[in-house]
Design a protein around this ligand. Structure first.
Ligand code: ATP
Length: 236
């Protein structure tokens, strides 16, 4: 690996009040690459996403991103630095239209609105024809595309996608993965937290397996199959 990685996480600890959930997690994400974060329920995957995006405090270790020290930075500062988190559960406003949801995503970012909308609809053209539709009436897959568009329209350097495919029919999972693949191809780095280990491994360059809040295994995604998954996830 050459040069400084886009994201360098060293000995990261975090949790919920007195309940520590991450214990000294270290890993790197090179620019324009994808890392899959896998692990059984309760392993700390979502907690890692929340700590990296400033939603919960970091209690130990450091987070370096794009040449800046983001350890302890606010969620807004982290987002402005180009690290955008797509939370589990989509995070859209069901009573607002597609257009209003997208516009709201821009409220904290000082970027050109027209370009941002063009980018959003470029990744998911199907959304353009639904811009006046209330988000709550979209299908699950379309809601996930809206959520992903909201993240990608602000031109991030890194997107953390937490369980994007949760509850979606397989065909829609493919559509959501295609959108993320297009983002990766255009230079956005991705941290993918996924229940579908096989799909995430096929998508990613590197893989990080968490267990009980710590790194159980990390390495190239093409070495993260079969026996390894059985051992750590109980799945092939
Ligand atoms: P899942 O696949 O079930 O989402 P996960 O790997 O994302 O699991 P986390 O949700 O990060 O795991 O949970 C890690 C630990 O933190 C668990 O012990 C969990 O009970 C605890 N935890 C998660 N959210 C909270 C919270 N809001 N308050 C207190 N403890 C929490």
């Amino acid at each position: 690996m050459t040069g400084t990685p886009l994201l360098r996480v060293q000995e990261l600890s975090a949790g919920y009040g007195p309940a520590q959930a991450l214990f000294g997690v270290s890993f790197e994400v090179p620019a324009r690459s994808a890392v899959a974060v896998l692990g059984p329920n309760g392993a700390g995957k979502s907690t890692l996403a929340r700590a990296l995006s400033g939603l919960i405090p970091v209690t130990g270790g450091t987070v370096g991103f794009d040449g800046q020290d983001l350890t302890g930075a606010s969620a807004t500062a982290i987002r402005r630095a180009g690290l955008v988190h797509l939370p589990e559960g989509r995070g859209i406003f069901p009573g607002l239209t597609v257009h209003e949801n997208l516009r709201l995503a821009l409220s904290v970012d000082k970027i050109n609105q027209a370009e941002a909308f063009e980018r959003a609809f470029g990744y998911f053209p199907a959304l353009a024809s639904r811009r006046k539709q209330t988000a709550g009436t979209l299908s699950g897959g379309e809601q996930q595309m809206l959520s992903l568009s909201r993240a990608l329209m602000v031109n991030p350097k890194l997107v953390i996608a937490d369980e994007m495919s949760l509850g979606l029919a397989p065909m829609l999972v493919d559509a959501v993965f295609d959108g993320l693949r297009a983002a990766l191809d255009s230079g956005v780095a991705v941290i993918m937290i996924e229940q579908f280990a096989g799909k995430a491994i096929a998508f990613a360059d590197q893989c990080l397996i968490l267990r009980r809040g710590a790194v159980a295994w990390s390495g190239p995604a093409d070495q993260a199959g079969g026996e390894l998954l059985h051992r750590y996830l109980g799945a092939a």
